[in-house]
Design a protein around this ligand. Structure first.
Ligand code: UDX
Ligand code: UDX
Length: 465
């Protein structure tokens, strides 16, 4: 193989879709086939109306408009795409196991294994197989043993190329990556495969930002990067609780601390808790691996990052209840934001789910608005918790597309995602519609408190007394 001419990516989700779009955009000489077993999702990727793409990311529509049908193709023809490809990216989801050994902690690798078996069955020529999904350390070994025991003459070379994009800024993150990490075997074929993958990224990433490591370092680095990031959020969130009990302001503390160049200012925004598909899952993986290797202190240390995050979510819900005179039963509470952060339609592990669930347990009536998340996704998230029946969720929760109208008669508004548009509403109008006292609980420190207080709101800002 002299250079890569045909790529296949299995999994057209939040990672596979944007990543392959950017590769197709920057490498017009490479044909990129993105395949998925979900026909509906593929239909949406192929929809003429680009607002229907299954993933919302700023800048994605423009890139799809340019590349789709040129050198970027979406289909469900998995076998055909595998057969044609020089290089196969695996970007399927790896949820936390919900059954059996490692339940609640270990990653469920069944989709990865299915992909490996598909590849082994179909391939008739040598392939480079790239792990893009976040995986527990040593998954490459599993892939290797499945692929190397097929009995055919085909040679498979496994690489690990973890994704560091953050949702909401995925396209920028891909275009201007801080670094690209490529892990592979230290054999001549491993080295060659790393070079071939590096050459793809060199079309737009400066070579000095492309790191090559062994397989395990690469797999572990992804988990560690996410664990460090999540740890910063839990650290500042721990301090936010302390600020609320003192006269300190968590943003002032974060700024004072972050200006120390050894610490740095990013990722110190106090919030109602971190969410997303990766942080919790990756830390749980780290905890699981550490514990299974007998490193209990290491496991406990990282587990605390998650315990702190759970505490922050329930602490916020408890504040709402206690400020509202210890009862929210039968009270209408408006929730602004359901996505786990702004500029994405992804709700996986969103703190909003857990805050809403706690309020529903206290028999509150919720009306939810999110600019990008449809009602079906909100009900799906609540039903998945299994706390109450789907019928009860539909009885107690309304989802609306009109953020202002829904505040009529409400006792409180809880801001759970930092969508910019929440700032631009006519808050005087909203105040006039609400019950008195009109509470606003700002879990993202988004709104200007003294303005709201002047209008008459009772305003609680997370991280301030
Ligand atoms: C990412 C990371 O890749 C993953 O490591 C992490 O665990 C979750 O986040 P993401 O792209 O966000 O995955 O997942 P998702 O949006 O669920 O997309 C995965 C896609 O793979 C789905 O569209 C699913 O239909 C598809 N899939 C899954 C297959 O095509 N084949 C399978 O066997 C399984
Ligand atoms: C993360 C990593 O940033 C990315 O590199 C990796 O590839 C996947 O996991 P993502 O989960 O998409 O990306 O979003 P991120 O911006 O990291 O935010 C995660 C959560 O932390 C969000 O709920 C966000 O609101 C929260 N957060 C982030 C804070 O509460 N405070 C902060 O200062 C930063």
């Amino acid at each position: 193989m002299k250079s890569i001419k045909n790529i296949c990516c299995i999994g057209a989700g939040y990672v596979g879709g944007p990543t392959m779009s950017v590769i197709a955009h920057k490498c017009p000489h490479i044909q990129v086939n993105v395949v998925d077993i979900n026909q509906h999702k593929i239909d949406l990727w192929n929809d003429k109306d680009l607002s229907k793409l299954p993933v919302f990311e700023p800048g994605l529509q423009e890139i799809i408009a340019e590349t789709r049908g040129r050198n970027l193709f979406f289909s469900t023809k998995v076998d055909q795409a595998i057969d044609q490809a020089d290089m196969i990216f695996i970007s399927v989801n790896t949820p936390t196991k919900t059954y059996g050994k490692g339940k609640g902690q270990a990653a469920d690798l069944k989709y990865i294994e299915l992909c490996a078996r598909d590849i082994a069955r179909v391939a008739t020529s040598d392939k480079i197989v790239v792990e893009k999904s976040t995986l527990p350390v040593r998954t490459a070994q599993t892939l290797q043993s499945i692929l190397h025991n097929t009995g055919s003459d085909v040679h498979f070379e496994i690489l690990s190329n973890p994704e560091f994009l953050a949702e909401g800024t995925a396209i920028d993150d891909l275009l201007q990556a801080d670094r690209v990490l490529i892990g592979g075997n230290d054999t001549p074929t491993g080295q060659k495969a790393k070079t071939l993958l590096s050459e793809i990224y060199e079309n737009w990433i400066p070579k000095e930002r492309i790191l090559q490591t062994n397989l395990w370092s690469s797999e572990l680095s992804k988990l560690v990067a996410n664990a460090f990031l999540a740890q910063r959020v839990s650290s500042i969130n721990a301090i936010s609780a302390l600020c609320e009990k003192t006269e300190a302001n968590v943003d002032e503390v974060a700024k004072a601390v972050g200006l120390d160049s050894r610490i740095g200012s990013k990722f110190l925004k106090a919030s109602v808790g971190f969410g997303g598909s990766c942080f919790q899952k990756d830390i749980l993986n780290l905890v699981y691996i550490s514990r299974s290797l007998g490193l209990n202190e290491v496991a406990d240390y990282w587990e605390q990052v998650i315990i702190m995050n759970d505490y922050q979510k329930s602490r916020f819900a408890n504040t709402i209840i206690s400020e509202m005179f210890n009862t929210v039963s039968g009270k209408k509470i408006v929730i602004y934001g359901w996505a786990f952060k702004k500029d994405t339609n992804d709700t996986r592990e969103s703190p909003a789910i857990y805050v809403a669930d706690a309020l529903l347990e206290e028999q509150a009536e919720l009306v939810i608005y999110d600019p990008k998340v449809p009602a079906a996704a909100i009900y799906r998230d609540l039903d998945a918790l299994g706390t109450r029946s789907p019928e009860d969720n539909r009885r107690l929760v309304t989802v609306s597309e009109d953020p202002v109208k829904i505040t009529t008669g409400a006792h409180a508004i809880a801001v759970l995602t930092e969508w910019d548009e929440f700032r631009t509403y006519d808050w005087t109008d909203i105040f006039s519609r609400m019950q008195r006292p009109a509470f606003v609980f700002d879990g993202r420190r988004l709104l200007v408190g003294h303005n709201l207080e002047k209008m008459g709101f009772t305003y609680y800002k997370l991280g301030e007394s």
